[in-house]
Design a protein around this ligand. Structure first.
Ligand code: 2AL
Length: 164
């Protein structure tokens, strides 16, 4: 999608065109309402600004669209395809790393009550595992902030990639 297209789509079509970036409808709607954008940089800047207001409820909603690290998202819908691409490094991880990630995910969910989320693109399996182990030791408030930051990074990467 190019910027001119995003600027001129109907509100519903524009929302549908960015829905795969993050499953937070009020963020999608606010971005659509802020059109027209005069540059891709202005669009990204507004998306970023809006993402910095997210809270715990937004995070819960967004996580419904993110599979665990190491669990291949199934399906052909856009989110699943993107998730598989983002997590490509886990595909080539060896069995001990996959096992450690699975155990780490379980420990994380027991401690924080939600799925471990990390911007996977650009990170190796080892890097994600070591981030998981570090984050397991954080207090809940710090961890929530870091998770929201990771969600913002994933969202902006997806948005940038949808702009041609
Ligand atoms: C994901 C995902 O699907 N893409 C990404 O960057 N991170 N999932 C996750 N649990 O962190």
């Amino acid at each position: 999608m190019n910027l001119a297209t995003f600027n001129t789509l109907s509100p519903a079509a524009a929302q549908a065109a960015i829905a795969h970036c993050v499953a937070i409808p009020h963020w999608q709607l606010a971005l659509v309402s802020a059109r027209p954008f005069f540059s891709a940089a202005a669009l990204i800047a507004e998306a970023d600004r809006l993402a910095r207001n997210w809270d715990a409820a937004d995070l819960r909603q967004a996580l419904t669209a993110h599979p665990r690290i190491g669990e291949r998202a199934s399906g052909a819908e856009k989110e699943a395809v993107l998730s598989r691409q983002e997590q490509a490094a886990m595909g080539s991880a060896d069995a001990p790393l996959k096992q450690a990630m699975q155990e780490g995910n379980q420990a994380y969910e027991a401690r924080f009550g939600r799925v471990f989320l990390i911007r996977a693109k650009g990170r190796s399996g080892e890097e994600m595992l070591s981030a998981l182990q570090r984050r397991l030791g954080q207090d809940p408030q710090t961890e929530e902030r870091e998770t929201l930051e990771q969600l913002r990074e994933i969202t902006l990467l997806r948005l940038k990639e949808s702009l041609t």
